[in-house]
Design a protein around this ligand. Structure first.
Ligand code: PGA
Length: 234
């Protein structure tokens, strides 16, 4: 069971340090793998304050080339140098607002894995795609851009459930997870409005291997409560 906190564009280095100190003291269950994904500028602080713990530090994105003329981008070797353990790729906010496509997500994912990073690759349909009956087709297309690897985890995040307070029903999550697992034999996390109150229900099915948590991961108590609830299931 893996619980990953995606901080998005929240918490600079000072807040990250304070959060890390509190998280170290939060007595997280050892049966759950715990990961935090701070913004780029806070990764060094997170890696420092969480060094020597079992808590992994992941970036939220990474470029496919090791270096080059790519203003505003960060490469996998640069992340490794900071002590970062993995990265998210293909989050729907990157796809929606920053032009990421299945092709660029696949390139980011391959490069990160080749550089020795672990990857959480995000897939998921929009509300429009779901109501048009296209969910399975979209998932198949997004997953086809990825290659199975021991260091790859997929996060199923229906776009309509992200930051909206609406979650998939356990049945919707089960169906999507099974579709993804038929295509690639990798662990699959659920993401989209997960909190301490709904995590047990959402993670109850065998096909759900953990959660990618946004808003509810920004507060230590709420994040620790999610990890504890998940540990009851693992
Ligand atoms: P949310 O975000 O938990 O705030 O819905 C999840 C995500 O975007 O990874």
């Amino acid at each position: 069971m893996l619980i990953a906190g995606n901080w998005k564009m929240f918490k600079g280095p000072a807040e990250t340090r304070a959060f890390g100190i509190d998280l170290r003291e939060a007595d997280l269950p050892t049966s759950v793998e715990v990961v935090v994904c701070p913004p780029f500028v806070s990764l060094g602080a997170a890696a420092e304050v969480l060094a020597g713990t079992e808590i992994g530090v992941f970036a939220q994105n990474c470029h496919w080339d090791p270096e080059g003329a790519f203003t505003g981008e960060i490469s996998a070797p640069m992340l490794r140098e900071l002590g970062v353990y993995g990265t998210i790729v293909g989050h729907s906010e990157r796809r929606q607002h920053f032009g990421d496509t299945d092709e660029t997500v696949g390139r980011r994912c391959r490069a990160a894995i080749e550089s020795g990073l672990h990857v959480i690759a995000c897939v998921g349909e929009t509300e429009h795609e779901r109501s048009a009956g296209e969910t399975e087709m979209v998932l198949r297309r997004q997953v086809a851009a990825l290659d199975a690897d021991d260091n790859l985890v997929i996060a199923y995040e229906p776009v309509w459930a992200i930051g909206t307070g609406k979650t998939a029903t356990p049945e919707i999550a089960r169906q999507a997870h099974e579709t993804i697992k038929e295509l690639l034999d990798v662990p699959v996390l659920y993401g989209g409005s997960v909190n301490a109150g709904n995590v047990a229900e959402l993670l109850a099915h065998d096909a759900v291997d953990g959660a990618l948590v946004g808003g509810a991961s920004l507060d230590v108590e709420s994040f620790a409560a999610i990890c504890r609830a998940a540990s009851q299931l693992s």
